[in-house]
Design a protein. Structure first.
Lengths: 227, 227
DNA sequence: TCAAAAGTGTTGTCGCTACACCCATGT
DNA sequence: ACATGGGTGTAGCGACAACACTTTTGA
């Protein structure tokens, strides 16, 4: 374990979203220390005195999943006076979007029991983690309407139907397939890979990838999106 | 001065918006301690160990303006490692909306030289205050599109034209007067006070007030606004 | 009667929603 | 040939933007 000096009264907590089996899921860990030892909770940690704040959740993500350069957004600050029982700790919430297919349990010194849980079936969470989680989902739903960040949750190559299922899972509503395709076509930040699915027992779907460059130019022109 | 224990590595900073002479303004203070003594900066402060986080900016606002129950929203967290030269301090930014007519320089123990500055004519600011300010304006512009928070910047009784001028100042663009009135009429969260302006050398405008109750019921129905 | 701001309707365009059928592929 | 999901077009409606003149009031 490292012994770098930490900021005593400040922590970070992460809501790590993944998409699997058509469901939006979050990664929880089993707490191995008191308070609330044994409960499933959001992964969190403290901030080193000599690291940028944003580095702390990125580091935690890396320890936990082996992933780098993860999509990370601030949820907000949670600063109620009694939110943490041992001492005064204010926490900054972040949410992360990861490709669940890339994820591997990282068996390092920090290895902990972890679990992907559907966001509709969360267990009771300790401290104010339920509040942090709710806020994460609100923020994600808001962001996903204005920026095409969903691709962070999908494999490199994906089908339109996968993308639609993802949006339906995030927004928790049905979307009309034809309208969804029309909107995507009009906006046009997908690369048609001219490739098909394989080994499916029905008509094979076309594969696409997200085109960052096209997207950037659209943003400059002031586009917004809304599914 | 009070000697309550503070959290050493955490501060708050406030962007205080007001509306005057048709312009959106921010309240700056002259720093009376080093570093950057003498520079105009955002008012900020530290958080007591035994207060809720949100109480810290509310307290600072009260000290500075004499106002309570001010409209306050989180801007975000600013945690770069070298943002504050003396030691490691992470700051939480807030913006406040106040009725500039209610404001009085509070001449207490904390009295400092303060100044309302048009947001288009800000001086150079210390540390990362310029970044905090920019983010505040971005957040305000975003929020004002979805919630009618603008009334927090106006007197209790106001005219449609005042409201429009305010939106023009915030969004920094011209708005068509007829369309603006139509939208307001359709949304309908204004109380027609059946009163007129007095002592104006032209046709007197009707006065309105913001109706919180009507607004709450609209929010429940899932309305959005966009000017 | 003039100056200055208040207040009022209509039309065209664009974007969204709703909706049903044929296609390709593997078993 | 059948089961399964892939992929396509149109019509109606509502929301928004553009636009100019008349009204009221005090000086």
């Amino acid at each position: 374990m490292d012994e770098k000096p930490i900021i005593e009264n400040l922590s970070i907590d992460c809501v790590i979203f993944g998409f699997d089996e058509g469901k939006l899921k979050a990664l929880l860990i089993k707490r191995n220390t008191d308070p609330c030892k044994g409960m499933m909770s959001l992964p969190g940690g403290f901030v080193y005195v000599d690291e940028d704040l944003i580095h702390a959740p990125a580091r935690r993500l890396h320890d936990l999943t082996g992933l780098k350069d993860v999509f990370l957004r601030e949820i907000g600050v949670f600063g109620k006076i009694d939110r943490y029982p041992l001492r005064r700790v204010i926490t900054i919430g972040y949410y992360a979007l990861i490709k669940i297919s890339d994820y591997n349990i990282h068996v390092g010194e920090d290895a902990q029991e972890v679990q992907w849980v559907s966001v509709n079936e969360l267990p009771e969470l300790p401290f104010d983690h339920a509040e942090i989680f709710d806020e994460a989902l609100i923020k994600l739903r808001k962001h996903v309407r204005y920026e095409p960040i969903g691709y962070n949750l999908l494999p490199e190559k994906f089908t339109i139907t996968q993308l639609q299922t993802l949006y339906e899972a995030i927004l928790n509503k049905q979307i009309d397939n034809r309208n969804f395709r029309k909107k995507l076509a009009k906006i046009g930040f997908l690369n048609d890979l001219k490739e098909k699915q394989k080994n499916v027992s029905h008509r094979a779907a076309n594969l696409y990838s997200f085109d960052k460059v096209k997207y950037e130019t659209l943003v400059e022109k002031g586009y917004t999106f809304d599914f």
